[in-house]
Design a protein. Sequence first.
Length: 327
Amino acid sequence: MRKIKWGIMGTGTIANNFARGLTFLENAELYAVASRSIETASKFGEQYGFAKCYGSYEEMLKDKEVEVVYIATPNSAHKENIIMCLNNGKAVLCEKPFTLNAKETEEVIKLAREKKIFLMEAMWTRFFPIMKKVHEWINEGAIGPIRMISADFGFRREGNPEERKVSLQRGAGALMDVGIYPISFSTWIYKKYPNSIKAVTSLLETGVDEQSAMTFGYEGGQMALLSCAINTPLQNQARIVGNKGTIVIPDFIKSTSATLSVIGKEPITVNIPLEGNGYNYEAAAVMECLEKGEIECNAISLNDSLSIMKTMDEVRKQLEITFPSEL
């Protein structure tokens, strides 16, 4: 079995989670890690057994052995980091949100397609095994035509929120950090852009949203009711409603079960435990694409990512949230 050599850009919490995920995959080699300081990179590399540690992103990207890079830097740096990777011939898996806005997303997609290099947004929720079962129920028509969905993701942080999580400069806030999951879910279900978007919010002093709620309307009368928060515990549940029944996914951010309730029948609950820590699934999907010579992943296509970002742009417009780089 050929091992694919991974490089990780960044050493924060999400980078740690992803590195642990790679350890569950036999064909993944934890090859290189880069940080803004060699000390930080070395500490991270020693913890997970990386072969190479670099004190700058540029150094790592010059390493010809690196095949694919996972970007785990602040949201505001994603576009620049993606471009750096692509210009150095590296396949890219970039943590969500893909970029700060649709314009930036269009730019990186154009470059990846021109260079014919693999590029994907890391939307780990799409790769959980239980989601395949949910998709199967939908395709079978188990709940009939879908009429409405709801999804929320929110939690309360103990103590003061991390500065980066409430930094307008870094492109943070509830919508960008956690609201993208419900929005991605609606895109996954309906596979089209909403023709009506309504949003309300509560802003922090830093200018980012502490919590936001959204209502999307679609052609044919379908709807999505979505919410997100970074200082309020929400139910963290997704619900898909058709004219014959309902599918409920508890804890859909790291889901292992789903319940199908069809009118007139007993509910059916399916449990599929995660193998590894969950991040291994998206990494495995990337490597499968690379082995097949594909430059996009069907589970979260570049057009999907662009649709998600266009939706988020409209939501931010209504919430009156503008990032400094957009001025």
